[in-house]
Design a protein around this ligand. Structure first.
Ligand SMILES: Nc1ncnc2c1ncn2[C@@H]1O[C@H](COP(=O)(O)OP(=O)(O)OP(=O)(O)O)[C@@H](O)[C@H]1O
Ligand SMILES: [Mg+2]
Length: 159
């Protein structure tokens, strides 16, 4: 398994990394974004959307659970499962339809549903590197990409 790590020193760098990833995405690709509140999951998704040619403003879909953005070639399904605790709710929010859908999925707080998501996915771990920041400054972020399955390996290799 060939994981890759990046350190971003500003929001724009996280967005730029997301853009590179977004340009590679295809229908059926599943990204599981894991990290604390404010780690940068939504900022990374903003970049992914930009890389797919999406011009809409991407925000955290916490209250909507799912946002669908129309890209140049295909839609992006952006989930935030923070408020969900029961896998039975996934069916109602169209989760499985999106996984099989005509565009990739980016799933914030998806780790708790890894059984439902399935084995083929790209896990993305975002971490605030607090010990690397001066007092009062935003810390850099580590973005660690851990592929599961041949397709996710290909995505990571392409970065
Ligand atoms: N290097 C960086 N990468 C990403 N975000 C950064 C970075 N430095 C500072 N930030 C700031 O940190 C915040 C990250 O917020 P974001 O909404 O992306 O987090 P999140 O992981 O989606 O949180 P939540 O779990 O609440 O949805 C933004 O305000 C962003 O500007
Ligand atoms: Mg978010």
């Amino acid at each position: 398994m060939s994981e890759k790590s990046f350190v971003t020193h500003a929001t724009e760098e996280t967005i730029a990394l997301g853009e590179r990833l977004g340009r590679l995405l295809q229908p059926g690709d599943v990204l599981v974004l894991t990290g604390d509140l404010g780690a940068g999951k939504t900022q990374l998704t903003k970049g992914i959307a930009a890389g797919m040619g999406i011009t809409d403003d991407v925000t955290s879909p916490t209250f909507n659970i799912l946002m669908v953005y129309e890209g140049e070639r295909m839609p992006l399904y952006h989930f935030d499962l923070y408020r969900l605790d029961d896998p039975d709710q996934l069916e109602d929010i169209g989760f499985y339809d999106a996984l099989e859908g005509d565009g990739p999925c980016a799933i914030e707080w998806g780790e708790q549903f890894s059984n439902e998501i399935g084995p083929e996915r790209l896990d993305v771990y975002l971490t605030r590197l607090d010990d690397r920041a001066a007092v009062g400054e935003e810390p850099p972020r580590e973005v660690r990409l851990v592929p599961h399955g041949a397709r996710a390996e290909e995505l990571v290799a392409g970065l």
